[in-house]
Design a protein around this ligand. Structure first.
Ligand SMILES: Nc1ncnc2c1ncn2[C@@H]1O[C@H](COP(=O)(O)OP(=O)(O)OP(=O)(O)O)[C@@H](O)[C@H]1O
Ligand SMILES: [Mg+2]
Length: 271
């Protein structure tokens, strides 16, 4: 058997708050196999984003173990951290907020490629930019657009290209489609799914929407108050949530699939 790509053991994330502190994640233990998608669900404030930032080494007050491809993430030196950053990337909810408004798409991608030393010449840079835009389903002409000249879905595609072009094999997507129009959500989700299938990308997908989880995730984890309440194969957890809280969460979330099928041009957005 292959070792899992990611192993997280008893991860704790706290935030100092004066003389006290907030414990956002209280001991999370799980693994993600290569090429699989782990869905993380839970109400607002349950610790999903803190868990993600904690395991990527982006938080200061973290305890526990994170092992990525055999490496102890929380013990990496500077050079090790930079290499890890290339392999493990985060995609955020707000696609506009994570793009520099004054930088055209092509220049933004070129900068990332240069910073990581992945391109030597101008021709090489242009070729790589075009290739990554194409990978996320954007025509090369989009290299000349500013973020405000893109739709929300296109912006999220640019963010994905930026994460992938450095060679990321593990992506943490923190509510990657919740800022997008419902009709665009499915397109971006299908892109994520196809990247998992064609490029063998391993995912951690954070979200509220369990219909999305059902479509995307192989395993699902439900968080509440910083703890993992339930975890297992997506089909089991979503079909038969053992915990009353997980059942409530399932009942509370509108089914995007149904909403998609129902919503027609001109229909009012009420759910
Ligand atoms: N920078 C911070 N400083 C202090 N407390 C924080 C900080 N970030 C998060 N918290 C607290 O940690 C807890 C978990 O927050 P977190 O952002 O991880 O939740 P979440 O599950 O991602 O929520 P949402 O679904 O709203 O994004 C919350 O109680 C929150 O108030
Ligand atoms: Mg969050």
């Amino acid at each position: 058997m292959n070792a899992p790509l990611l192993m997280v053991e008893n991860l704790r994330v706290t935030y100092p708050a004066g003389r006290r502190h907030v414990t956002a994640v209280r001991g999370a233990t799980f693994t993600i196999e290569r090429g699989r998608c782990l869905g993380v669900a839970g109400e607002s404030g349950s610790g999903k984003s803190s868990l993600a930032r904690g395991l990527l080494g982006l938080e200061t007050h973290v305890a526990g173990r994170v092992v990525f491809d055999g490496q102890e993430v929380l013990k990496l030196d500077r050079a090790g951290r930079l290499r890890f950053r290339r392999r493990a990337q985060m995609v955020f909810q707000d696609p506009l907020g994570s793009l520099n408004p004054r930088m055209k798409t092509g220049a933004a991608l070129a900068e990332v490629l240069r910073v990581h030393g992945l391109v030597a010449t101008r021709a090489e840079t242009e070729r790589q930019v075009a290739r990554w835009l194409e990978t996320v389903g954007l025509d090369g002409a989009y290299a000349n657009r500013f973020p405000h000249e893109l739709s929300g879905g296109q912006r999220q595609r640019v963010n994905l290209a930026r994460a992938l072009c450095v060679g990321a094999e593990f992506l943490v997507a923190d509510e990657p489609v919740s800022a997008l129009d419902v009709s665009v959500q499915a397109q971006v989700l299908n892109l994520l799914k196809s990247l998992q299938e064609t490029r063998g990308i391993t995912w951690m997908l954070i979200g509220h929407d369990l219909a999305v989880m059902r479509h995307m995730a192989d395993e699902v984890m439900v968080m509440k108050d910083g703890a993992i309440l339930e975890q297992g194969p997506a089909a089991d957890v979503l079909a038969r949530p053992a915990h009353p809280y997980a059942r409530e969460l399932l009942a509370a979330v509108p089914d995007v699939g149904r909403a998609l099928a129902r919503r027609r041009p001109g229909a009012t957005v009420s759910d």
